[in-house]
Design a protein around this ligand. Structure first.
Ligand SMILES: [Zn+2]
Length: 129
């Protein structure tokens, strides 16, 4: 099983390369191009199961959290018990974990009506069995 974990605090420099998507963006910052590329991803590519924890500057209404599920990509946005901490999870096909993560976070970047300012604090990505 291939697994990638990121704690957003303090990345050693060589590790940063692993977290860079094909468009040169850090996966934790999100990439709209990766998000869009995932729509037409080659079915032969690995399917990643991704979970991204992030903090929002403002609380998100429950209605918004539920709307994410209707988005068509089977992403889920949940609120664990900590205030202003959210969990975005989903699956995506991509060649690398960085690309899969950048695409999932890219969903947030491309949908500013969901969350306008956020900081990713933790990421988990595993290849789905
Ligand atoms: Zn990208």
């Amino acid at each position: 099983m291939s697994e990638a974990k990121l704690s957003a605090r303090g990345q050693p420099a060589p590790d940063a390369v692993r977290w860079t998507c094909p468009h040169g963006r850090h996966a934790a910052k999100g990439c709209v191009a990766c998000y869009e590329a995932a729509t037409e991803a080659d079915p032969a590519l690995p399917l990643w199961r991704i979970a991204v924890w992030f903090t929002s500057e403002r609380p998100m209404p429950i209605r918004v959290l539920k709307d994410v599920r209707r988005h068509g990509r089977h992403f889920a946005l949940d609120q664990p018990s900590t205030p202003l901490v959210y969990l975005l999870s989903g699956q995506a096909r991509a060649a690398t974990s960085a690309e899969a993560i950048a695409g999932l976070v890219g969903f947030l970047v491309g949908n500013r009506h969901i969350v306008d300012a956020f900081t990713v604090t933790e990421i988990r990505a595993v290849i789905a069995p």
